[in-house]
Design a protein around this ligand. Structure first.
Ligand code: ARG
Length: 566
C-alpha cells in the first residue's frame, strides 16, 4: 500500500530538509479535482525561506524527483504545488484502507478530558443537557478513534445552596410526595414551592441556609437526604444515557470538588491578587480584557460554581496528564469559562495544563415555539422528547414497511438517531431547531437519511451475495465521475475526523456523512450495479460495501446505531 501524503512529503523534504511529519501535515486534498489529488501549500514555507509562495512552488517543482508511475504530474497554481497521482493506485489505496479498518494513530500518547453532560441533581434533564451529552459523546468517540486516551467526565451539578432549599422543602412536605415514581418532577415541584416561599419569607430562607451549612459539615440527616436525591436523579438520567448510549469514565461532580476549594483560596491568597470587593473576595481580570471580576468567595464566606471549577482544574491537572481539557456547555457560560481559565493561570500548575483548557460552547435549542429555559419553567423533558420521536419514527416505519421485523428496535434506532443527528449537523455555535417532523424526513439532511442509505447498501450486498477480495478487483472500471466522487470522499474520512478534533466540531463529520450518502445515491442512480458484467459488478459492489462501512462507522462515532433494514 502506498501512503501518498508520505511519498509527497518525502520528495519535498529531500529538497527542503524539513521534518517529514511537518510537511505531511500541510498536505491537503483539493476540493476541486482539477487541482490534483493532493496539494502542498507553499505558504507554510514562506516565512522560513523568506520568499513568495509562488516562487517557492516553482523552484520546488523544478527540483522535485519522483517515481512517475506513482506521481504522474506536478503543477503549480498560485502558491500551491498540485500533485496528480496514479488513479488506480490511489483507488486501491483508498478501498483497501476502508475495508481493512486500519488503526489510526494520530492521537497516540495524548490524553483528552471531556467534561460533558453534567446535569443538575434533582432537576430535570433538559434539552440543553441533551446537546452537551450528544456533542461531548461524539467528540469522545472521534478522539478515541484517532488513538487518543479519552476521559469522559460527568461533572454533576450536585452541590450548592439549592440543596439547602430542597432539604428544607423535603422536611416540610416530603411525606406528601411518593418519590418512587417520577421523582425528579416531584423534587422539582418541592423545590419550586420552597424557592417561592424563601423569596418572600426571610425565616424560610434562613432555614434553607442552615440546612446547606449542615450538609457542608456532614450532618448525617442532610447528607442522607442529599444522597437519596442524587441516587434518584442518577437513576432517571441513566435511562436517557441508555437510550443515547452515553458513557462516562468519571462522575466526580461539584460536591467532590467542594472539599478542595480551601487549597484554591489558599493559593490565590498567596498570589496577592485575591482582593476584597463589596465584601466578596475576587480576582480582578480587567487587565486581561475581562471586565467582570471572578468571584472566588462570596461575602458570607461560601464558595461558588467558579471556585469549584478551579478546584477541578487543579485536581484534573494532578490526576490526568492531559493535553486538552474540553468543557462542553452552552454559550451562556462563555464568561464563566473565560474567567476561570484566566484565574487558573494563577494556580501554579504547569502551563501545559492551562493551555489545554478549552470551552466548547454551543447554541441554544429552539423548539418551533421558542427558546428553552429551565428557569422560565417552559422546559421540555428530554425523556418525553426522545419517546415522542421514537413513536413518530414507528408510525413512519409502520406506513413504509409494515412487514418489517423488529419494528420496535428499528424505531428506537431511527428516532434516537434522528435526534442525535439533528443535534450534530448544525454547527455547534448555531442554535438548533428541534422539529421532530423535519428531523425524521428520510429525504432531508437527517439521521434517517443516513440510515436509509446504509440500509440500501446492505440490500445491494445481499443481492450480490459476496464481496470480491480487493486484490482481484479491477479498479479501472471505477473511473466514471460518480464512482470517483464516492472514492474521493471515502479517502477523506480520516482527514475529516482530524478536522473534527481541530475545531471540536462534530458537525464536520455529520455533514460529511450527508455528502457521502448523496454521492452514493448519485452513483447508484447513474450506475447499474447488480447484473452488470462481472468485473464491473464486482468493483461497484466493493465500492458499495466501502460506503456502507464508512457510513456505519461515521454514524457510530456520532453516537447513532444503524438498523440493518428499515
Ligand atoms: N451543571 C452545569 C449546568 O448544568 C454544567 C457543568 C459544566 N461543567 C463544568 N465543569 N462547569 O449548567
Amino acid at each position: 500500500m502506498i501512503d501518498f501524503k508520505e511519498e509527497i512529503a518525502k520528495t519535498i523534504c529531500n529538497i527542503t530538509n524539513n521534518e517529514k511529519e511537518e510537511i505531511k501535515g500541510y498536505i491537503e486534498v483539493p476540493k476541486d479535482t482539477k487541482n490534483g489529488d493532493f496539494a502542498f501549500p507553499c505558504f507554510s514555507l514562506a516565512k522560513t525561506l523568506k520568499k513568495a509562495p509562488p516562487i517557492i512552488a516553482n523552484e520546488l517543482k523544478d527540483k522535485l524527483e519522483y517515481d512517475s508511475n506513482v506521481i504522474e504530474k506536478v503543477e503549480v497554481i498560485g502558491g500551491y504545488l498540485n500533485f496528480f497521482v496514479n488513479k488506480n493506485i490511489l483507488i486501491k489505496e483508498v478501498l483497501e484502507k476502508v475495508s481493512k479498518d486500519e488503526k489510526i494513530t494520530v492521537g497516540e500518547g495524548k490524553t483528552v478530558l471531556i467534561d460533558y453532560s453534567a446535569p443538575n441533581i434533582a432537576k430535570p434533564f433538559h434539552i440543553g443537557h441533551l446537546r452537551t451529552t450528544v456533542i461531548g459523546g461524539a467528540l469522545y468517540n472521534v478522539y478515541q478513534k484517532l488513538g487518543y486516551k479519552v476521559v469522559g467526565i460527568n461533572y454533576l451539578g450536585d452541590y450548592g445552596t439549592q440543596f439547602g432549599k430542597l432539604i428544607e422543602g423535603y422536611k416540610r412536605w416530603g411525606s406528601e410526595y411518593d418519590l418512587s415514581e417520577n421523582p425528579i418532577d416531584k423534587l422539582a415541584e418541592i423545590y419550586k414551592k420552597i424557592n417561592d416561599l424563601a423569596e418572600e419569607d426571610e425565616e424560610t430562607l434562613e432555614a434553607c441556609r442552615e440546612n446547606f451549612k449542615l450538609l457542608e459539615n456532614g450532618d448525617e440527616y442532610c447528607v442522607k437526604l442529599w444522597n437519596e436525591f442524587k441516587d434518584l436523579s442518577l437513576k432517571e438520567f441513566q435511562k436517557i444515557y441508555d437510550l443515547l448510549g452515553s458513557k462516562f469514565d468519571s462522575w466526580d461532580g461539584e460536591a467532590a470538588m467542594a472539599t478542595r476549594t480551601d487549597e484554591v483560596i489558599d493559593i490565590l491568597t498567596k498570589t496577592g491578587k485575591l482582593v476584597e470587593s463589596e465584601g466578596a473576595r475576587v480576582i480582578d481580570l480587567s487587565d486581561k480584557g475581562i471586565s467582570t471580576p471572578c468571584i472566588v468567595c462570596k461575602s458570607n464566606g461560601s464558595t461558588i460554581y467558579a471556585t469549584r471549577d478551579l478546584a477541578a482544574i487543579l485536581y484534573r491537572s494532578r490526576t490526568y496528564d492531559y493535553d486538552k481539557s474540553l468543557y462542553v456547555t452552552s454559550y451562556e457560560q462563555n464568561l464563566h469559562f473565560k474567567q476561570i481559565f484566566e484565574v487558573a493561570k494563577l494556580l501554579g500548575i504547569d502551563e501545559k495544563y492551562t493551555k489545554g483548557l478549552e470551552h466548547v460552547s454551543y447554541g441554544m435549542v429552539r423548539l418551533p415555539s421558542g427558546k428553552m429555559s429551565t428557569r422560565k419553567g417552559n422546559f421540555v423533558k428530554i425523556k418525553d422528547l426522545l419517546n415522542d420521536t421514537i413513536e413518530e419514527a414507528k408510525k413512519i416505519i409502520e406506513a413504509k414497511n409494515p412487514d418489517l421485523e423488529d419494528k420496535e428496535e428499528v424505531a428506537k434506532r431511527v428516532g434516537v438517531g434522528a435526534v442525535i443527528f439533528n443535534n450534530l449537523v448544525t454547527s455547534r455555535v448555531k442554535d438548533e431547531i428541534f422539529d421532530i417532523n423535519s428531523m425524521l424526513n428520510f429525504q432531508g439532511e437527517t439521521g434517517p437519511y443516513i440510515q436509509y442509505t446504509y440500509v440500501r447498501t446492505n440490500s445491494i450486498l445481499q443481492k450480490a451475495g459476496n464481496v470480491t477480495n480487493i486484490n482481484d478487483l479491477n479498479v479501472e472500471v471505477l473511473s466514471d465521475e460518480y464512482s470517483q466522487n464516492v472514492i474521493k470522499l471515502l479517502g477523506n474520512f480520516e482527514d475529516i475526523l482530524v478536522q473534527v478534533t481541530n475545531k471540536e466540531e462534530p458537525s464536520i463529520l455529520a455533514k460529511y456523512l450527508i455528502d457521502l450518502a448523496k454521492a452514493f445515491s448519485s452513483f447508484y442512480n447513474e450506475n447499474k450495479i447488480i447484473g452488470e458484467e462481472k468485473t464491473i459488478q464486482d468493483a461497484r459492489v466493493f465500492l458499495t460495501y466501502c460506503v456502507g462501512k464508512t457510513l456505519k462507522e461515521g454514524a457510530k462515532l456520532l453516537g447513532m446505531q444503524m438498523p440493518d433494514k428499515m
